[in-house]
Design a binder for this molecule. Structure first.
Ligand SMILES: [Zn+2]
Length: 349
């Protein structure tokens, strides 16, 4: 397999390696060289576990790309440390956290593609971290459990649907769990932004043609109609970067409205503001407010199991909402079998 940079997708220049789960996070959680579980290798009908040290979970990258993306790691470190030590996140940090979750989610997808040497015969990735980060609507729901310690696990990243479409995963950092999802128009309609009236499949590689309608210009509760485990804070962000990039005047004019402008963090880059959802109420994020996540604490084994089910079934649902082929529909149905497999990442207590 040709090596490619996980950030830009090109042949890596001045070869370097990216820790998909960053070194600073490994250090926060214990010894970076401890063994962890990274799914299964399949040879015919035989399966063997991939177990190797956490800090060798790294993949090709260009030196420059790695340095550029190092800035987001430096910035997000404080956000994770604050979540870990005080159970709070500042309003101004949520969009950054969502950027970082895009980076980790796509990084894990490319990492698993490398590790499985493409066992499922998936075509080479057509996007990479730099072309997918902050490009599509996204959300995060933050949960807390009574787990002790700060073990790192990720759920849903070795499933059949994720290998086709890395739309959602759960990152568990000890007692904090981040359920993250991102796909085309995940929240647009119910955040009042332009939304697709019709969608047509262009091919089986995940390319669709959308016909957009003007936004409803009001937020509708709940912002997504998916069966999410209840939590104190959920954050939703419409992103229209890809729609601005189409240079289609009709499409651009749908976004040039006072409502979209008022509800954007960076209109020119197509970055919407963050909508909050808390106990049945929708709001817009306030930059300096501290959002406390520890109001609800779940039993750790129960939460882990339920978050895994939630991740795998929402992956399937997001795919099934689209006009996919019969073959892809089969893959979505298979996804539910993955619920029985062990979690990836740190093992034991
Ligand atoms: Zn690169």
């Amino acid at each position: 397999m040709e090596k490619f940079c996980v950030f830009c997708g090109q042949k890596p220049t001045q070869k370097n390696n990216e820790h998909v789960i960053p070194q600073w996070l490994l250090e926060l959680s214990g010894r970076p060289d401890r063994p962890a579980f990274f799914g299964f290798d399949h040879k015919g009908s035989e399966f063997s576990s991939r177990i190797f040290s956490f800090d060798s979970f790294k993949f090709p990258a260009c030196k420059d790309c790695n340095e550029n993306f190092g800035r987001i790691e430096d910035a997000v470190k404080n956000v994770i440390v604050r979540l870990k030590s005080q159970n709070v996140i500042l309003g101004k940090d949520v969009s950054l956290l969502l950027d970082w979750l895009d980076k980790i989610r796509i990084g894990l997808w490319l990492a698993l593609y490398y590790l499985s040497k493409n066992q499922m015969n998936i075509k080479p990735p057509r996007f990479h971290i730099s072309t997918r980060m902050a490009m599509k609507d996204r959300m995060v729901a933050i949960y807390e459990s009574d787990a002790s310690g700060f073990k790192i696990n990720f759920e849903g990243v070795d499933s059949p649907v994720f290998s086709l479409s890395p739309s959602c995963f759960t990152l568990r950092l000890g007692y904090i769990a981040l359920f993250n999802a991102s796909c085309d128009f995940l929240v647009s309609r119910r955040c009042g932004f332009p939304y697709p009236m019709t969608v047509e499949r262009l091919n089986d590689d995940g390319l669709y043609n959308y016909t957009l309608a003007p936004g409803l210009e009001r937020a509708i509760f709940p912002i997504i109609r998916l069966p999410l485990i209840h939590t104190s804070w959920q954050f939703y962000q419409p992103i229209f970067a890809a729609n601005l990039m189409t240079k289609n005047e009709m499409c651009q004019s749908l976004y040039s409205t006072p409502y979209v402008l008022r509800h954007s963090l960076d209109f020119d880059k197509g970055i919407g503001n963050v909508f909050t959802q808390n106990n049945g109420r929708i709001g817009l994020i306030s930059q300096e407010v501290e959002y406390r996540i520890g109001e609800l604490q779940y039993e750790t084994a129960w939460l882990s199991k339920r978050l895994k089910d939630q991740t795998l079934s929402i992956q399937a649902q997001l795919l099934e909402q689209l006009p996919v082929s019969a073959l892809v529909r089969k893959v979505a149905a298979q996804n539910r079998r993955w619920m029985k497999l062990p979690y990836l990442g740190a093992q034991g207590k």
